[in-house]
Design a protein around this ligand. Sequence first.
Ligand code: ADP
Ligand code: MG
Length: 242
Amino acid sequence: MTVPPRLEVQGLTRRFDGRAVVDDVSFQVEAGQVACLLGPSGCGKSTTLRIVAGVDMQDTGRILVDGQLVCDTQFRIPPEQRAIGLMFQDFALFPHLPVRDNVAFGLAGGWKANRARVAELLERVHMSRHIDSYPHELSGGEQQRVALARALAPRPRVLLMDEPFSGLDERLRDGIRDETLALLKEEGTAVLLVTHEPHEAMRMADQILLMRGGRIVQQGAPYNLYNAPVDRQAAGFFSDIN
Ligand code: ADP
Ligand code: MG
């Protein structure tokens, strides 16, 4: 018996005012894999992510998680029932809640019923000593770590990350990217990570989905795209990787 992909997107199209900003996009992400949706600003990355999350709707196409239909043009499971986690650029921790309650937010019974899971995650993001701190007492990098713990706490089948590192100080980014990747691999989540930075995709992705004008123009392992870009524009995109 073959195992279905953790996340499968088939023929997704989204039009705004008649213009297809997501245009027949298809891809798969396996459990334990990080797929990076990479492309310049405005190419349709966030729109794709929002449709997978269930906060926007496609005009055509369908999405499956573990082989189960999540949405097509007739049918739609609401966002909170999709077992899909979200992490966006502004970490959006709840300012009035201490770290422990932020991490437990998506868990039935809250912190009291989930002390072990919260403690385990905070340990793994090196934030145990901040369990009672409030978000405003933390640096940007620390808030980012808490946001990651919160996103992973309910063990989502798929984690969606939209430019999650772009609010961070440049000097911190690679360190946090590596820590994040290690934790994602330990958890075995399937990740769809949106970025406009080729360097980030090269560093983190198992699979890059190179997007331009709403379409995926090339997909594959990072070094395949780097070594054999589909055209001059793709070559130029990868050429300034430091
Ligand atoms: P990216 O995340 O790659 O920067 P987006 O998915 O945010 O790109 O946007 C793709 C295109 O769709 C852009 O031209 C944007 O202006 C347009 N767009 C996004 N959301 C809407 C909307 N709600 N209404 C109209 N146009 C939109
Ligand atoms: Mg975007």
